[in-house]
Design a protein around this ligand. Structure first.
Ligand code: NAP
Length: 524
């Protein structure tokens, strides 16, 4: 497929007139062709106009039609073959196997959403039939279903150029819900974005859907991204990225004449609690496993284990020794972009220069540019509690061990943590009593709680929660991974006393779609 370097507005390829950008290969520093033309407010307005035109037609398509569309997007992405993987490798520095795995995850995710909407599960139909004889007042006939919110703006993430970018989780869940999507492509991987965008364009045409169901715009976040979030047609936003970028866009979403939901995934430390029983039993193994999780993908995961909490003991010293050995042998890896590499260098230097922090171990010097040297720091609980700078995310393979004097001090540290995507407990049976004390606290802090696992690796399934209290996300009630992500882009509507002929199919007595429903409080 030919890369055009243009915006994809509906079915068209359109050249932007706000300058150009080139992708850069982070492994070599080489500039990649073609130049990508950048859009502005006019392009945002055009994409929004098309999305608004498409909305009512698209949202009212039978679920089976939207499911077919998602399945065809997956097939079109697969049909891109090696071209997609080669371009993504050049733009991100990520290895082939990782990107092939990510492509599979992206397509499986689209297919999972397709299966989910066909079952009607997300619609949560509820019916309370008329009760004309009820006293003192009869009850009206009340029927609830969920409808799509409206056109959605998606900000592709840099760290998942496929699974959380143009056709990633936010796009898949919004399209599944019945919302047209306008993607603000991430500036670090425009070619990968365009290839996937062209695959979606083809699927739109193949399914005879209105062209405005999908658009892809390149441009500066502060200009084109801000204009997109502010545009009155947009009814919700999905974002994964930095806390600063997320907050800037969230403020725009909230300051609109009509404020809209902003689903941002921002930053997390993902604490791992090394409980005494587990440390005494397997300190060496835990040290090795920790470094494997920390250094996976150069640590560029939102669920990277950036914080370790443990009580002082000889077993903890053994863990530190084992982790340090593994870390010193962990080769430096290319980071996603020069910008992310600079941010990593800045944040780790800031922690390394903190007088209350000790650098325990560091990976070998890097031979190529934009590489991430893994690093493990340590500090005391009292220093951690006193200094908010030690609670900042270091995006990359860096982690901070907080040494606590006893159980009470560890509990105090946990209670001072910000919201997190995950909290992990390394434990054995000897730790259960302490774990029982910790669990209610961890539930208030994190969206996912793990036992004897490491937080990297997020399953796409029905039960997954990839969310959590601020600043892990901007909306604690939702998840951005898994089928429950659909709910972010739906809203309930209740129909009172509508004649059967006017009711949507899923609300009629005869239940022609055979969806599961709650009728008079009973599941049918
Ligand atoms: P980013 O800088 O937040 O960029 C993400 C998207 O938001 C880009 O499209 C960007 O546009 C836009 N944007 C950024 N600042 C904006 C602003 N002030 N107003 C409007 N739009 C704005 O994230 P990134 O480039 O992916 O990575 C930078 C840092 O984000 C990392 O070092 C890391 O700390 C964090 N990060 C976190 C996660 C996570 O999972 N929580 C994932 C990735 C990155 P441009 O194209 O103009 O840049």
């Amino acid at each position: 497929m030919t890369l055009s370097g243009k915006l994809l507005l509906g079915a068209q390829q359109v050249a932007g007139n706000k300058g150009v950008l080139h992708a850069v290969n982070p492994a070599t520093g080489q500039t990649l062709e073609p130049a990508y033309t950048l859009g502005g407010a006019d392009d945002v307005a055009r994409a929004c106009e098309l999305a608004e035109q498409a909305f009512d037609v698209y949202r009212q398509q039978p679920a089976a039609v939207r499911a077919n569309f998602l399945n065809i997007i997956a097939c079109q992405i697969e049909a891109l073959g090696d071209e997609l993987i080669t371009r993504a490798m050049a733009e991100t520095g990520l290895p082939k196997a990782r990107l092939e795995g990510e492509r599979a995850r992206t397509c499986n995710q689209l297919r999972l959403f397709a299966a989910t909407i066909t079952s009607g599960e997300q619609n949560r139909v509820r019916i309370d039939p008329r009760q004309p004889e009820r006293t003192p007042l009869p009850r009206a006939d009340l029927r609830q279903r969920r409808i799509a919110l409206g056109p959605v703006a998606v900000f592709g993430a840099s760290n998942f150029p496929l699974a959380f970018s143009v056709a990633g989780g936010d796009t898949a869940s919004a399209l599944a819900a019945g919302c047209p999507v306008i993607v603000k492509g991430h500036s670090a991987h425009p070619g990968t974005s365009e290839l996937v965008g062209q695959a979606i364009q083809k699927a739109v045409a193949e399914c005879n859907l209105p062209e405005g169901v999908f658009s892809l715009i390149f441009g500066a976040g502060a200009e084109v991204g801000a204009a997109l979030v502010a545009h009155p047609v947009i009814q919700a936003v999905g974002f994964t990225g930095s806390r600063a970028g997320g907050i800037a866009l969230m403020r725009i979403a909230q300051a609109r004449a009509q404020p809209i939901p902003f689903y941002g995934e921002l930053s997390a430390l993902n604490p791992v609690l090394l409980l005494p029983g587990a440390l005494a039993e397997k300190a060496d193994d835990l040290g090795r496993q920790f470094v494997a999780s920390l250094t996976m993908g150069a640590g560029q995961f939102c669920t990277n284990p950036g914080l370790l909490l443990a009580i002082e003991s000889p077993a903890l010293d053994q863990f530190v020794q084992s982790a340090s050995q593994s870390l010193q042998a962990a080769n430096a890896q290319t980071m996603l972009s020069p910008g992310i590499h600079n941010a990593y260098e800045r944040s780790t230097a800031c922690i390394a220069n903190n007088s209350k922090v000790q650098t325990l171990a560091q990976g070998p010097e890097a031979a190529s540019p934009n590489s991430c040297r893994a690093v493990l720091f340590a500090t005391s609980a009292s220093a951690f509690l006193a200094d908010p700078n030690l609670h900042e995310e270091m995006f990359g393979a860096a982690s901070l061990l907080v040494r606590c004097r006893d159980e009470q001090e560890l509990i105090k540290v946990v209670s001072h943590l910000d919201g997190q995507l995950t909290a992990s407990l390394q434990l054995n049976a000897a730790d259960f009593t302490f774990a029982q004390q910790l669990l209610p606290l961890l539930e208030r802090k994190a969206g996912r709680i793990l036992a004897n696992g490491w937080p990297t690796g997020v399953e796409v399934c029905n039960a997954m929660v990839h969310g959590g209290p601020w600043p892990a996300t901007t909306d604690v009630r939702t998840t951005s991974v898994g089928t429950a992500a659909l709910e972010r882009f739906l809203r309930p509507v209740c129909y009172q006393d509508l004649p059967s002929e006017l009711l949507p199919a899923e609300l009629r007595d005869e239940n022609p779609l055979q969806w599961k429903r709650l009728v008079e409080g009973k599941a049918e």
